[in-house]
Design a binder for this molecule. Structure first.
Ligand code: ADP
Ligand code: MG
Length: 447
């Protein structure tokens, strides 16, 4: 039998991981790990605490298993990450921190034109807009607590939540607020865990009347941050502080969030933003054109509003590029220029999409790994996502059926074709699946 030293193997694995990762990442998460034991074919690796172990598993687990199988030549090996319970949690988060007024640097995240004045209201966003305005005007607690705004990419969620912040800054009532992205919240929490000092995290919630948090879907899988956030949320709520959250989906569809957090999110006003109707798109274009001080005829605006339907960010992108072109070249923005711009902006979408990034987004949305998606298993929970990925690659790129087949571990073109037909059939029968595919498509065309 070949000699096999698991401790040596783990060190080799670390060396390889160090080559692949940013050095700060390697040092923060992997450097101090140690081999502990072997359990069947599973190497048990110990980390500083269970939080770090959990994070390593979700961020780097697949990569580390790939490496360990490669360096050992044994495909049956697996890894298990352990650590003692992290000290932190709410009890440490409770530690008192000195209070302070939010400083002016807290406002630097606000985009200057994300105000109510610059927000076009239409049937697609009316409720979310009314909710945002109501919580801004109301002094003291409202019935809309929390206000939960959700909707697809580029539809104005960040704009609305920042509009509340602008309003509070300007109305002279001295109400204080914190605006933060969920990613920054998670990052702050992780830093606190690593330094075992929760002062900065606690400060985020201290001494404020409004807590505005953007993109709450990024709490997915961040169990310890969720826990700490849950306690802060309750405390703010009990003290009548207003909370506003945005998300790319409604509370009950947030994956991997505990039920008690979801029911808190549902306890106030839940308002959605849909893709804007034609009239709203046209009004948004008119506002953008006025801001840029451009002259554009109505039929050109009509053409743009009819071509770009799903995403306001794309609408504003087109106007900004047209403005730049007309300034640089001194030309007027006519139908010809608009058509060229629309063609090339739709073209850039398809150039940026590759089978690899489509597959990885599809895998993520169905909670399977990219290698399962490309692999041979025919379990329904993997087969359907694989077929969805094939059909989206076909739809969004100009890659041939044969090449799609070879991307999926050498399948032939008829398998790909059958998969695409199969998804068409399934969509007819299963509106949930159809909805999910539409969401993934929306996500893909906005990357
Ligand atoms: P999200 O956060 O939902 O992904 P954003 O709030 O970043 O989207 O909006 C994308 C872009 O579209 C921003 O430039 C924003 O100002 C603009 N926008 C979205 N909705 C509207 C609207 N109703 N009126 C004016 N501009 C809008
Ligand atoms: Mg946003």
């Amino acid at each position: 039998m070949e000699l096999f030293d698991p401790s040596f193997l783990w060190n080799r694995c670390l060396q390889e991981a160090e080559n692949r990762l940013e050095s700060t990442e390697f040092e923060a998460w992997l450097k101090n790990s140690t081999y502990e034991d072997i359990n069947g074919t599973r190497l048990v690796i110990r980390f500083r605490n269970s939080f770090v172990a959990g994070h390593v598993k979700s961020r780097f687990g697949n990569m580390l298993e790939d490496i360990i199988r490669n360096v050992s030549g044994r495909s049956e090996l697996a890894l298990q990450f352990i650590g003692d319970p992290a000290e932190p949690g709410p009890s440490v988060v409770e530690r008192l921190a000195p209070s302070r007024e939010p400083s002016s640097s807290d406002y630097t995240f606000l985009r200057s034109n994300y105000t109510f004045e610059h927000f076009v209201v239409g049937p697609s966003n009316q409720l979310a807009h009314a909710g945002a305005l109501a919580v801004s005007r109301e002094i003291g607690s409202t019935n809309y607590n929390p206000l939960f705004i959700y909707g697809g990419v580029g539809l104005g969620k960040t704009h609305l939540i920042q509009a509340i912040a602008h309003y509070l800054r300007q109305d002279g009532s001295k109400r204080t607020f914190r605006y933060i992205s969920t990613e920054l919240l998670v990052e702050t929490f992780i830093k606190c865990v690593l330094q075992n000092d929760y002062t900065t995290f606690r400060k985020l919630f201290h001494g404020i009347d409004y807590f505005l948090m953007d993109d709450i879907q990024f709490l997915k899988g961040k169990v310890e941050t969720q826990e700490a956030f849950f306690h802060r949320f309750n405390e703010l709520h009990q003290h009548g502080k207003q909370i506003v959250l945005t998300s790319d989906r409604p509370p009950h569809e947030l994956p991997g969030l505990p039920e008690r957090l979801i029911s808190r999110f549902q306890s106030g006003l839940v308002a959605d933003i849909k893709p804007p109707e034609y009239e709203t798109r046209l009004a948004i274009l008119q506002l953008l054109v006025r801001d840029e001080e451009l002259e554009v005829s109505l039929d050109v605006l009509d053409f743009i509003a009819s071509s770009i339907r799903k995403n306001v960010r794309q609408l504003s992108g087109v106007i900004h590029r047209l403005a730049a072109m007309s300034r640089l070249n001194g030309c007027t923005i006519d139908m010809n220029l608009a058509q060229k711009e629309i063609r090339s902006s739709l073209g850039t979408i398809s150039r940026r999409l590759t089978p690899g990034n489509i597959a990885s987004i599809v895998a993520e949305c169905f909670d399977v790994s990219p290698s399962q998606l490309k692999g041979k298993q025919r379990k329904r929970s993997i087969l359907v996502p694989r077929q969805v990925a094939m059909s989206l690659i076909r739809e969004l790129t100009s890659i041939s059926l044969m090449d799609i087949g070879s991307f999926f571990s050498g399948r032939d073109h008829s398998t790909v074709l059958n998969s695409i037909y199969r998804i068409e059939e399934l969509k007819e029968k299963d509106p949930e699946l159809e909805k999910k595919i539409n969401e993934i498509r929306q996500k893909l065309i906005s990357i």
